[in-house]
Write a protein that binds this ligand. Structure first.
Ligand code: FRU
Length: 504
């Protein structure tokens, strides 16, 4: 009898736990296939590295509240870039400061000497931000430190001789992104140093030499430069170096955003083809975006899907912030100018539930696809192609009358996302706005890909030449779906794919 009661009790406890996990991640506004921490505050993605078949995502994390605070590195892992599993916190603040943003590398040649018994070390390189010195206004409160892991990222040991790079007296001196520069067999650190980027080099990740700096007279300067990245992409047989520089504020639609430069890098100096800013994403919600390390020929980028304008106020509970989906980067020439392109990684296909295709779709005024889409969750991917596009809009809506509108304005030759009536917006006065982006492509054929989660849309127009990411907070799931065009358009091919949740 007692045995039976104990078994019943155990089954009850297990069921309750299972139910709790199932209910978990079903809170209002909870992203269903974008990574968000179970609870508390998250900002920038950090230390993204692919190692032994696993993608590691570390992130700026404050485990004690839902607002920014003393920074830790949270940790999550995934095999497919969508199914993320939260892991124990990787790095905690110490006597040298909070653990700000940075990167991680696989030190395959054991240049650092941290490897032991043939175990390849993962090395994290991050900013130590000392709040005491910050108060004293020494201007030297940010230095760079390192830590290593010999168990594939599970646990980390901070280097005892931290910091490895002292501050020369620059108040914003942070967010090291490190890569191996094979031609000269050395590490390169790309560091944001207030209004420019400084490049450092090192043989062993421990001692760093300043090589050059870039950008005081280039690009956008409406805010401080943060979270840079530097990597090459092959384009028509030529190596093109991409320098990403995040900036806050000063983005194209206000607040935080990512700009990039293309050019040459010789192990010492970055020479830009042009000093003009190009934007990685024109939406308001893709910040601190950088790429994974150690992914071979793939360049996979992921950003923090928020904006410092309102990140601390968004109406989510018990967590704050999610990341964008992972994007594959490429290059494309338009009118002799090279641009960076970003499109959803192919792994997004893994989330497909059902799909339908339509051909030669004439839209005059309004095409209501709600019933055909039959999408109760609001998670989808839409792809379509059209020639000689006129004005059109894609409208996501719900029974409360919330509307999120993604569209193209032919006269202005601009794409836009209008979230003015998309739901809750009273937490910040600038939130309910329409955001615009130029159409960069000059192709008569237009391609649109739109990825929608519960509380975000990501637009990849013209195979990723113009990208926009916006978050929004609808009162209920956006189950209604329309394509509208007053002037009329004909869509050659349309594919609508219902996606499934992947986060747990
Ligand atoms: C960018 C940023 C970084 C810094 C981190 C602190 O969002 O300000 O420059 O390292 O966040 O959390």
């Amino acid at each position: 009898m007692i045995k039976k009661i104990i078994t019943a009790a155990m089954i009850f406890i297990m069921m309750t736990c299972l139910q709790l996990t199932a209910q978990d991640f079903k809170e209002k506004y909870r992203p269903q296939f974008h990574f968000s921490p179970k609870a508390h505050w998250m900002n920038d993605p950090n230390g993204m590295v692919y190692h032994n078949g696993i993608y590691h995502l570390f992130y700026q994390y404050y485990p004690d509240a839902k607002v920014w605070g003393p920074m830790h590195w949270g940790h999550a892992t995934s095999k497919d870039l969508f199914t993320w599993k939260e892991q124990p916190i990787a790095l905690f603040p110490d006597s040298l400061g909070y653990i700000f943003s940075g990167s991680a590398v696989v030190d395959a040649k054991n240049t650092s000497g941290f490897g032991k018994d043939g175990k390849v070390p993962l090395v994290a390189i991050f900013t130590l931000h000392d709040p005491v010195q910050e108060k004293q206004k020494t201007g030297k409160h940010e230095t760079q430190g390192i830590a290593y892991s010999l168990d594939d990222g599970k646990t980390w040991t901070k280097y005892k001789a931290n910091p490895v790079l002292q501050n020369p007296g620059i108040s914003d001196f942070r967010d090291p992104k490190v890569m191996w520069f094979e031609p000269q067999k050395k590490w390169i650190m790309t560091l944001a140093t207030k209004d420019r980027i400084t490049f450092y080099s090192s043989p062993d990740l421990k001692s760093w030499t300043s090589e050059s700096n870039f950008g005081a007279d280039a690009g956008a300067h409406g805010g401080v430069w943060e979270c840079p990245d530097l990597f090459p992409i092959m384009h028509n047989g030529k190596k093109v170096w991409v320098l990403i520089v995040n900036i806050n504020p000063g983005g194209p639609n206000k607040g935080s955003a990512g700009q990039y430069f293309l050019g040459d890098f010789d192990g010492k100096t970055f020479t830009a083809y042009s000093k003009e800013t190009k934007w990685l994403d024109f939406g308001t919600d893709n910040y601190a975006a950088v790429t994974f390390s150690n992914t071979g020929n793939r360049n996979i980028l992921l950003g923090w899907m928020s904006n410092w304008q309102y990140a601390n106020q968004v109406p989510t509970d018990p967590w704050r912030s999610a990341n964008t989906i992972a994007r594959e980067l490429g290059l494309k020439t338009v009118n002799k100018v090279i641009y960076l392109t970003s499109v959803p990684v192919k792994e997004l296909d893994l989330l497909k539930v059902t799909s339908f295709d339509l051909k030669n779709v004439k839209v005059k005024d309004q095409l209501n696809l709600t019933e055909k889409a039959n999408n109760k969750t609001g998670l989808f991917r839409l792809d379509f192609d059209l020639k000689n596009a006129g004005d059109f809009s894609i409208v996501l809506a719900n029974k409360e009358g919330n509307e999120l509108i993604v569209g193209y304005d032919k006269k202005a030759n601009q794409y836009y996302i209008d979230r003015t009536k998309s739901g809750k917006s009273d937490f910040e006065k600038g939130f309910a706005e329409k955001h615009i982006a130029p159409r960069i492509s000059v192709d008569a054929n237009m391609t649109i890909s739109l990825v929608a989660d519960v509380a975000s849309v990501e637009l990849f127009a013209d195979n990723g030449l113009t990208v926009m990411t916006d978050i929004f907070f609808p009162e209920s799931v956006m189950t209604e779906f329309y394509i509208k065009s007053a002037s009329g358009i004909t869509i050659d091919k349309l594919k609508y794919t219902v996606l499934k949740a992947s986060t747990k």
